[in-house]
Design a protein. Sequence first.
Length: 162
Amino acid sequence: MVIELRCARPEDVGRILRDEKEPADRSLIDHWSKKQHLEAIDNEATIYWVIVHDGAPVGHLIVQNLDDPNDSAFLRRIVVTLPRSGVGKAAVSKALDYLFRIKKLHRIWLNVKQGNTASAEFFSALGFVQEGTSREASKIGDSRYVSMDVFSMLVNEFEGDA
């Protein structure tokens, strides 16, 4: 599968906000405001990619903390509007290839909300290892907290085929 990762632009944010409101993704990700998305696009320590398949945008992927002195970056978010199509796997593989081979990072880590079995299985199948749990680390609404499972991949665990 051929996909492209291109840098997000401010004019992409309207579509990104719509994509994140899709019922399949709504409860799985932390929702950002337009301002937060625009700040992330402009942040030099963040890579904010639009996922393009067959010439059309079909999602986005955000990697933060590229300025970490320990060469460890945070895969903040991936949203794909074509579930179970292989686009997500291709996008993450391409991103990992860039982050490990070009940016020379040592570690990529991410959080998965507990109970999100599909995402946990997706990242495990890509080679991410579950390290542990951050208990009640994410606030939902005014009074509910959810724990996050922490996954990571080290450069020597990456088998790039992107």
